[in-house]
Design a protein around this ligand. Structure first.
Ligand SMILES: Cc1cc2nc3c(=O)[nH]c(=O)nc-3n(C[C@H](O)[C@H](O)[C@H](O)COP(=O)(O)OP(=O)(O)OC[C@H]3O[C@@H](n4cnc5c(N)ncnc54)[C@H](O)[C@@H]3O)c2cc1C
Length: 556
């Protein structure tokens, strides 16, 4: 595996990825693990296995391989003092690789549940193991050592959706483009699919899904465990953006039984950012994807149960404990709720828009979308920080970036450091008081018409890629009249709630707490909350702080 971290020293990274534990560290693991002998050639675990224990090698060697097309791609060989495992171990997901004893030997076997408690109580081992697990996952991602193959096309919006879903969930996969790969026909024949079926997902070389929904992808790859339908949890967090993940980390670390429901992938809007540069502690910036993966690992380390591609569709506020219905037909019950469903971009008001979403119109500007544009000219619509980041990121690969805003300039909406970057980047042009009025093309966007409102001039440009990053619409439709919202649909909380209009289920005499909604024991944090500061740091702050108040209401 190669070093994938920006600026990381290769030998240091390798040592962190495959560290050798000291005698005292092994002794601490021996207190909770089971020592056992290995026969040469013994299979310890296979791709797709669940509940795989961690193995610390005491004697002999254990090889880690990626099974692929009947062969085994070697990944590494663990010697004495080294240990097996990667991020799926803490995430409670199936193993992505195969482990086999290459010689006779002895190992310490640490069951998954024991490992989870070990990383919670032993900070030194926690740091070594978690860092290795995260770096190994990065290595699997960069080496495309996964249990998934995606057959797709650049001309298919569904392909982009599946790629984004896998990428943002940190799941390694091999991509085969049916338009570009010379050997694709053999693969199509082997799995009885046609070019017209793309995107096709092949899970572990066994199951074949044609144009699967995100929930079907999650099910096929084992992202979620079956839910205990009768359970009443202390807390359900809805939304795994920065605010929801922060709430999950604090709640789980403080011993609450917490379930997180997430429609798509952890990270929320921040996960679609190429680089966040103003979040405290990351002076050189961090990609939204990396921040999300770290936060996810942290939440899982403390025992939060994260449910991917599981949307909340209705809050049953008339029932106590509260019940949340989910899109898969199930439900989750809890004594308290933190709503962290954030916001999403408003869509361009153009009749042709749906035809080009995913095939020319994009709502995220990360590596996945940038790959589709190659060196083409692109348009970024919007004047906020997300648009500024997108413009400077895309300028690195595109021949030219046009930034279109309706206002007279960026000063009122974008951070100064991004405005300066845009001004100083040779291939970025700002078009003020300009808006898109037409999109046209065949299977893919081919032409954009915009109007300069100041000059009253219309331009038709042969541009195939538009990044739409305007406004914010709160994700509150699923609340169905349960909570007090402001006139834009954001959730009112605490002192912002109109006096004398308590929610239907408010039976307590006390005033709503900070971030508490019109329903007692239901909190709203981050971008979805009315009057919140729409930033990563404030979302993380609100998510963390509200857990103190969750404890208080649970004790009522
Ligand atoms: C491209 C981009 C770049 C940005 N850059 C920066 C930056 O550099 N610095 C900065 O401070 N801020 C930045 N921001 C803003 C920042 O990302 C947001 O303020 C922050 O993500 C808000 O966090 P949140 O958790 O409140 O909501 P979100 O990030 O919106 O997360 C909400 C989550 O809830 C999920 N969800 C929604 N509805 C449901 C449902 N019904 N059931 C289950 N799950 C649901 C969503 O899928 C999502 O994952 C950027 C935003 C974007 C889009």
């Amino acid at each position: 595996m190669t070093d994938t971290s920006p600026g990381g020293d290769v030998s240091t990274r390798r040592a962190q990825m495959f560290p050798t534990l000291s005698a005292s560290q092994i002794a601490r693991i021996a207190r909770v693990g089971n020592e056992r002998a290995l026969a040469a050639g013994e299979l310890l675990f296979d791709e797709g296995d669940r509940d795989v224990p961690m193995h610390v090698v005491l004697e002999g060697r254990v090889s880690i391989v990626h099974p692929r097309d009947g062969q085994e791609d070697p990944i590494t060989v663990h010697g004495p003092g080294e240990f097996t495992g990667e991020a799926s171990m803490l995430a409670d997901r199936p193993a992505l690789v195969r482990g086999r004893a290459t010689t006779a030997g002895r190992v310490l076997e640490v069951p998954r549940a024991v490992l989870k408690s070990l990383v919670q109580i032993d900070p030194e081992l926690s740091e070594i193991l978690l860092r290795a697990f995260i770096l190994r996952r990065m290595g699997l991602l960069s080496g495309h050592h996964g249990d998934a193959v995606v057959l797709g096309s650049r001309h298919s919006a569904g392909t982009l959706r599946v790629q984004e879903f896998l990428t943002r969930n940190g799941h390694p996969y091999r991509y085969v483009d049916v338009d570009l790969d010379d050997n694709v026909q053999a693969l199509l024949d082997a799995f009885h699919v046609a070019v017209a079926d793309v995107p096709v997902l092949i899970c572990r070389g066994e199951r074949v899904l044609k144009n699967p929904s995100n929930a079907e992808v999650a099910e096929c790859l084992g992202f979620n465990r079956a839910e205990d339908a009768g359970a009443i949890h202390d807390l359900v967090v809805v939304g795994a953006g920065p605010a929801g993940l922060a709430a999950a980390v604090y709640a789980a670390s403080e011993g609450l039984d917490v379930v997180v429901l997430e429609t798509s992938s952890p990270g929320g809007q921040a996960g679609s950012s190429s680089k966040i540069e103003n979040y405290l502690g990351f002076p050189t910036g961090i990609s939204g994807q990396a921040l999300a993966q770290r936060a996810l690992a942290q939440a899982e380390k403390f025992g939060a149960k994260i449910r991917i591609a599981r949307s909340a569709v209705k809050l049953r506020c008339e029932e106590l404990p509260y019940r949340i219905d989910t899109a898969d037909g199930g439900c989750v019950r809890a004594r308290a709720i933190v709503i962290a469903t954030g916001a999403e971009y408003r869509k361009l008001d153009l009749p042709e828009l749906p035809k080009f979403e995913g095939v020319g119109v994009y709502y995220g500007a990360t590596y996945v979308e940038a790959q589709r544009c190659a060196a083409d000219e692109v348009i970024v619509v919007g004047g906020g920080n997300s648009a500024g980041q997108a413009a400077t990121f895309l300028a690195q690969s595109s021949s030219h970036v046009h930034v279109l805003v309706r206002s007279d300039g960026l000063a009122a909406s974008m951070s100064r450091y991004l405005i300066r970057r845009i001004e100083e980047t040779r291939n970025v042009t700002l078009h003020t008081r300009t808006r898109i009025v037409g999109l046209s093309g065949g299977e893919h966007l081919e032409q954009v018409t915009w109007i300069d409102d100041r000059a009253g001039e219309t331009s038709v440009r042969p541009i195939r890629n538009v990044f739409s990053m305007t406004g914010a619409k709160p994700n509150t439709e699923w609340l169905h009249g349960c909570l007090e919202l402001d006139d834009k649909g954001f959730i009112l909380t605490g002192a912002d709630l109109p006096p004398g209009r308590p929610g239907a289920a408010r039976t307590t005499a006390r005033a709503p707490l900070l971030h508490e909604t019109s329903l007692p024991k239901v909190f709203a944090v981050g971008d979805v909350r009315a009057n919140s500061v729409k930033r990563v740091a404030s979302g993380v702050g609100e998510g963390s702080v509200c857990v103190q108040l969750v404890h208080r209401v649970l004790a009522e």
